[in-house]
Design a protein around this ligand. Sequence first.
Ligand SMILES: Cc1cc2nc3c(=O)[nH]c(=O)nc-3n(C[C@H](O)[C@H](O)[C@H](O)COP(=O)(O)OP(=O)(O)OC[C@H]3O[C@@H](n4cnc5c(N)ncnc54)[C@H](O)[C@@H]3O)c2cc1C
Length: 384
Amino acid sequence: MSINFAWDAEQLAFRQSVVDFAQQELNHDLIEKDKSSQFDRVAWNKCAEFGILGWSIPQEYGGQGNDPLTVILGLEGLGYGCRDNGLVFAINNHLWSCVVSILNFGTQAQKQKYLPALCEGKSIGGQALTEPDSGSAAFDMKTEAVRHEDYYILNGTKTFVSSAPVADVYIAFARTNPDLDIQKGISTFIIDKNLPGLTIEKELSLSGLRTSPMGELVFQDCKVSIDRCLGKEGQGYNIFQSTIGWERSFLFASHVGIMERILEKCVKYARKRRQFGQHIGSFQAVSHKIAEMKMRLELAKLMIYKIGWLKKEGKRAFLESSISKIFISEGLVKTCRDAIQIHGARGYITDYELERELRDSIAGTIYAGTSEIHRGIIATLLGL
Ligand SMILES: Cc1cc2nc3c(=O)[nH]c(=O)nc-3n(C[C@H](O)[C@H](O)[C@H](O)COP(=O)(O)OP(=O)(O)OC[C@H]3O[C@@H](n4cnc5c(N)ncnc54)[C@H](O)[C@@H]3O)c2cc1C
């Protein structure tokens, strides 16, 4: 078997079409939207029309049926072209936390009911796992689903749920048998937003990704029929491991695009801005920061493309996705900090959009498993 690092002409044309679309359609009024924490439903609908919300979903369910490598290239183009990082995050959250879970674990009826609307942008998806007392230790959850004849009664609170205030469908996790260990005692449910007994509470105010709204889901004697159980009862742990595997693998492809966009902005500025009679790029202290941005970008691409290839081959990318998740999320924060430094005071003011990039980037080291948790996973896989 050979390794081929070249994209074909069709794939490159696809990436370019995503960049053109995003630059033309998704970058309006960004500073205002960030200030007012405004989710852009119009942009969301445009992404749906372009096909983005169904990129990884087979055509029979309303998607585009793209292979994993092409999806990675598309997400990279989206991150590069769309400066609304909150929108890009919300799209990834929708795709990997909700849509793919229904595709992989849903019954035929569930897939037919939910996937076309999710791909068409009529319906927004989210995932409700984290609770006030269970973050990294997500499966120490308290939310319970008690089985009655043909329904469950859910009680509990889910927090930090991305898109909660705007979503229509949530993939939620609850304990169905407190006597069993987490690998058998937790189940997954497809929850419609209008269920009696479910309230979407307090939109949380965020430091970054402010255009991707966040909130809490409170279940109070919420009746959920058994046909909303995703997978089998007790399969929640496995469903989550599969879902988070996709999210950790693909979401960060968009970060690679963001890294490239910021690198180009810095090169342009360092060539233009003059101090002491020279371009600031001629000072080694500046040019080396940019060289390191380029090194991080190229290494990030290698890692994320390898993950796309593994997924295309139908293999797991458990170790690889932890490594790339840490490297890319922390690398993006470093790139954003250095970009601000290179731009001096301009980097610090809102209009140059770099302080927003930094605020947006920090979340990537927390969601989808913190950097510390992923270092722990890598160490465990090394037998430590
Ligand atoms: C922007 C954003 C979007 C999110 N979206 C969602 C969503 O849609 N749905 C959802 O369910 N959740 C979501 N979350 C929540 C996210 O999954 C949790 O924040 C994350 O799992 C960490 O949990 P925590 O915040 O409670 O931190 P904690 O688990 O309390 O951790 C606090 C600190 O302790 C460290 N720590 C904890 N345990 C260990 C350990 N064993 N070893 C070493 N260090 C450790 C952590 O790394 C961290 O530094 C989102 C979070 C963010 C920031």
